[in-house]
Design a protein around this ligand. Structure first.
Ligand code: ADP
Ligand code: ADP
Ligand code: ZN
Length: 213
């Protein structure tokens, strides 16, 4: 099964990806996590992406597509995969479709998570993540353990530079302009499963599982 998680930043894609991944035994491919890992490791890819990410802009399509094509060559994707944060532009979406159809496959479901903008701002500004494994917490709703160390992997729990107020606003604008059009793109293909993300993580999870059948 091939699933795409779509929706503005902060709507809970990463949080729900952890549950979907378990339930359907799919590898979770988050382009944001891959870029952050490269950034932490100081790779050339990470350095190229750094400025765009910190400003809340999109990394150029060419870089993103190279990264994803490479990741999809990994044999763990043979039985399907879960994409989180990709595609984010029409170019990325059409290239993905081309690559999948050339292998005789295609996307099964696009899970669209929606939350009002004012809720998104609160979620992003309170978000804390593990630098190594990407585990996500929230200062009010699901606080990270004291001491700043991830209980899963021992990594450092930190606040992303793009979760500061100025970058958040820009990311919402970028989403509306660049990624918003993908909703009608996938709607025309009958793939959109729209989910109300403005409820408890447990209820969001149940709604997603129901939609995926
Ligand atoms: P995305 O991957 O879409 O950017 P995340 O899963 O990282 O979103 O969630 C953004 C923030 O909101 C995190 O701090 C997370 O803990 C919190 N969060 C996620 N889902 C919910 C929810 N249903 N209710 C309240 N807070 C949530
Ligand atoms: P969030 O879901 O919180 O917005 P992500 O972790 O998915 O954030 O992405 C963080 C940043 O990484 C984005 O703001 C962007 O700079 C870059 N990025 C991730 N995925 C893509 C993509 N598919 N296309 C372009 N840039 C991307
Ligand atoms: Zn961790």
């Amino acid at each position: 099964m091939i699933i795409v998680l779509l929706g503005p930043p902060g709507t809970g894609k990463g949080t729900q990806a952890a549950a979907i991944k378990e339930r359907f035994s799919l590898p979770h491919i988050s382009t944001g996590d891959i870029f952050r890992k490269n950034l932490a490791d100081g790779t050339p890819l990470g350095l190229e992406a750094k400025g765009f990410m910190e400003r809340g802009e999109l990394v150029p399509d060419k870089l993103v597509l190279e990264l994803v094509e490479d990741r999809l060559k990994n044999p763990d994707t043979e039985k399907g995969f879960l994409l989180d944060g990709f595609p984010r532009t029409e170019v990325q979406a059409t290239q993905l479709d081309k690559a999948l159809s050339s292998q005789g496959t295609g996307i099964d479901h696009v899970v669209l998570l929606l939350v009002p903008d004012e809720v998104i701002v609160g979620r992003l500004s309170g978000r804390r993540v593990c630098k190594s494994c990407g585990h996500v917490w929230h200062m009010d709703f699901n606080p990270p353990p004291a001491g700043g160390t991830c209980p899963d992997c021992g990594g450092e729990v930190y606040q992303r530079a793009d979760d500061m107020a100025e970058a958040i606003e820009n990311r919402l604008l970028v989403y509306k302009k660049e990624t918003g059009p993908l909703i009608s793109y996938y709607e025309a293909k009958g793939l959109i499963r729209q989910i109300d993300g403005n409820q408890s993580p447990q209820l969001v999870q149940e709604a997603i599982f129901k939609a995926l059948g």
